[in-house]
Ligand binder design. Structure first.
Ligand SMILES: Nc1ncnc2c1ncn2[C@@H]1O[C@H](COP(=O)(O)OP(=O)(O)OP(=O)(O)O)[C@@H](O)[C@H]1O
Ligand SMILES: [Mg+2]
Length: 361
């Protein structure tokens, strides 16, 4: 059991590229921490530094009260599960799990106890004599987990362990990993670019962007109060609608810092189709451009009227003028129809004009 603390961790690759620009994260003993962010933001780099597979350019990595910067991977008491978990094809499931322990010179009796216990937890007991090719993708993934579990490490590190699986199996394995982690109570750091996986697995969510941490916290707290427009549009699907707003509007509608243009964010589910304008809230006329029915709910894509084209030019957001509205059920307006949507004051998120700061009104 161990906490993991990253203090101002930096990584510059040979050639001068700065992949990690000073990261601070504190994972308490037994917690499940998820690093999430777009491709190339530095998630794997950071995880590999914790594992000892990359050198640390600056700062400190502390596992269980011990700075491990100079400690060999094998001596860090961690176990890592990768996307490409590469089981040994010629070895049985049992031997795949036993391999690392034998390398450490552990007695066969102890190995047997550990492998059988891991197999029981992972529901692989009936498959110990099979070869990897005789297993399904999900079963192979569980063997890879088993290899990590038998080590009884202080910390599990996962790098996109589910991304090779099909959608249904991903969800099943996601639930399994979380149950397993609760049972074993082992501190874990898990990397994914999938915000839904991140939301559902994390005790502590770390949203990364361009080698830096954008926000750290409880996943629902981040969903409810994203600190930047990047987090607002990355966490939640479909993404939050973001619109630029004039200083006078901020002042009159939101009572925030006047004199500066800002960005207003509204989640798709916080809009309702109505002709009313809620006091202090926002109402927009829209022309319906597209409808997506996904069963329990429907996504309405609308374009805003000309006089309402005040869209933030921050990258990674909605195309200019497009608004997504999420309504329950399957009943929806027709394409081409003009509608009005509104959101109440409490559902508005306000950010500084550059999107870097949340403003609490
Ligand atoms: N060995 C290396 N030398 C130089 N640059 C590297 C090296 N490894 C990674 N990078 C760069 O560092 C940045 C972060 O890479 P990293 O693999 O950590 O991203 P990631 O967040 O894991 O992305 P993905 O979701 O695609 O796996 C990228 O811009 C990448 O090109
Ligand atoms: Mg990666």
């Amino acid at each position: 059991m161990a906490n993991v603390t990253l203090r101002n961790v930096r990584k510059t690759y040979t050639g001068g590229f700065e992949a990690i620009k000073g990261v601070n994260v504190d994972v308490a003993d037994g917690q499940f921490c998820v690093l999430v962010g777009p491709s190339g933001c530095g998630k794997s780099t950071l995880l590999r530094m914790v594992a000892g597979l990359e050198t640390v350019t600056g700062g400190e990595i502390d596992i269980g009260g011990r700075v491990v910067n100079q400690i060999e991977p094998a001596d860090r008491d961690i176990a890592m599960v990768f996307q490409n978990y590469a089981l040994y094809p010629h070895m049985s499931v049992y031997n795949n799990m036993a391999y690392g322990l034998r390398n450490r010179g552990m007695a066969e009796a102890e190995i047997k106890t550990r492998v059988e216990e891991a197999a029981r937890v992972l529901e692989l007991s009936a498959m110990l004599e099979r070869k990897p090719r005789q297993l399904s993708g999900g079963q192979r993934q569980r063997v890879a987990m088993g290899r990590a579990i038998v080590r009884q490490p202080k910390v599990f590190l996962f790098d996109e362990p589910l991304s090779n699986l099909d959608a249904k199996l991903r969800i099943a394995m996601r639930v399994e990993i979380r149950k397993l982690q609760r049972r074993l109570n082992t501190t874990s750091i898990y990397v994914t670019h999938d915000q839904l996986e991140a939301m559902t697995l994390a005790d502590v969510l770390v949203v990364m962007n361009g080698g830096q941490v954008e926000q750290v916290g409880n996943p629902l707290a981040i969903y409810e109060k994203p600190a930047t427009t990047f987090v607002a549009s990355f966490i939640g699907a479909p993404p939050m609608n973001l619109m630029s707003t004039r200083p006078d509007e901020i002042k009159s509608q939101l009572g925030g810092a006047a004199g500066e243009a800002g960005i207003v964010g509204i989640r798709p589910e916080d809009f309702v189709i109505t002709d009313q304008t809620p006091a202090g809230g926002v109402a927009l006329p829209l022309t319906v451009e597209a409808i997506e029915r996904v069963g329990a709910e429907t996504f309405v894509y609308g374009s805003r009227e000309q006089e309402d084209q005040r869209v933030a030019a921050t990258p990674g957001e909605l195309p200019p003028g497009e608004i997504i509205v999420r309504i329950p059920g399957t009943e929806a307006p027709a394409i081409g129809q003009k509608i009005r949507v509104a959101a109440v004051r409490q559902k508005l998120h306000l950010f500084s004009g550059d999107g870097r700061k949340r403003i609490e009104a």
